[in-house]
Design a protein. Structure first.
Length: 309
């Protein structure tokens, strides 16, 4: 049984004529008859009663008509859905994002993206970088925007932005504008969890500066930049935070930064995807929107996961 046979059967049943039914599906009467004979041979039952004036359904034909109509309708819906998908008239794109991209980068580009592609519904699943990469590996999301890279043979990365990470505290906590790296051991520190991109960048920079991380006085480990920001504002300690996450507080003076002698901490943002995956049209449009937003159109080729640090 083929879809074409179902279409011929439906057309003949609806028109009551082999000739008119065949014409409705662009077939000669003889060819339409061959399709029906093939169906009847397969089922071992007559589907039509033929008379000189009209063709009518048998009881078996009426039973089959209900199922054939449902199958043909679902096939039509499937074709329409694919056409909408290809034309971006109606599509859902699931994207993973670590904390800062989810809070800052994606919202900043969402207005122009939605205006350009109103038919694309964006669903953002948020977590730390390690969690988001796991979503990619499990194919729960098609793309991700993350603040770090983890070695994984299945993942490719493309750098799409960068930011500075700063040490912040309430005004008056630091008496100096610059402190030595060893002075960090005396400060009550609030830190992100080990799987976050911010934590990866901070740990790497401090270790490169010669600091033993085990000597840090970590008073709390929190799961988001927003939690860190609020904890610093409450006076719980100082923290390394994205400059984007505390831009308003630095501007109005409710938080202050202190530099660490000889240490600059920054990290990149990356588009990430499962290697070998074909992108949907919605994913391609989103990737281009990220590149345009960051001014990175025409940049170098993506970084393969096994090249990532």
């Amino acid at each position: 049984m083929t879809l074409k046979q179902l279409q011929v059967f439906m057309a003949i049943a609806d028109t009551g004529s082999f000739s008119k039914g065949g014409e409705a599906v662009s077939l000669a009467q003889s060819t339409a008859s061959q399709h029906i004979h093939a169906l009847e041979d397969e089922f071992g039952a007559r589907l039509f009663d033929r008379s000189a004036s009209r063709v009518t359904l048998t009881e078996a034909g009426r039973l089959f008509y209900e199922h054939a109509a449902r199958i043909c309708g679902q096939c039509g819906e499937a074709i329409t859905a694919i056409k909408r998908f290809q034309g971006l008239e109606q599509a859902t794109l699931r994207v993973g994002a670590s904390t800062i991209p989810a809070a800052c980068l994606i919202p900043d580009l969402l207005g122009s993206f939605s205006a350009a592609r109103p038919g694309v519904r964006l669903e953002v699943l948020q977590g730390d970088t390690r969690e988001v990469i796991r979503l990619l590996q499990d194919e729960a999301v098609e793309l991700a925007v993350v603040g770090g890279r983890f070695d994984a043979d299945t993942i490719c990365y493309e750098e799409v932005g960068a930011e500075r990470i700063v040490l912040v505290a309430q005004p008056g906590v630091f008496s100096e504008a610059v402190v030595a790296i060893q002075q960090l051991q005396e400060m009550p520190l609030l830190m992100r969890e080990p799987g976050s991109g911010t934590r990866l960048a901070v740990d790497g920079a401090l270790q490169k500066g010669g600091l033993d991380l085990r000597c840090l006085r970590v008073v709390a480990q929190l799961g988001s930049s927003e939690a860190l920001r609020r904890a610093v504002l409450s006076g719980a300690g100082c923290a390394f935070l994205s400059s984007m996450a505390v831009g308003r507080e630095l501007a109005d003076g409710t938080l202050k930064t202190v530099d660490i002698a000889g240490i600059e901490i920054s990290r990149s943002f990356y588009l990430a995807w499962r290697r070998g995956r074909s992108f949907s049209p919605a994913a391609e449009v989103f990737m281009e929107a990220v590149r345009l937003h960051q001014g990175l159109v025409g940049r170098s080729a993506p970084i393969q996961a096994d090249q990532a640090a």
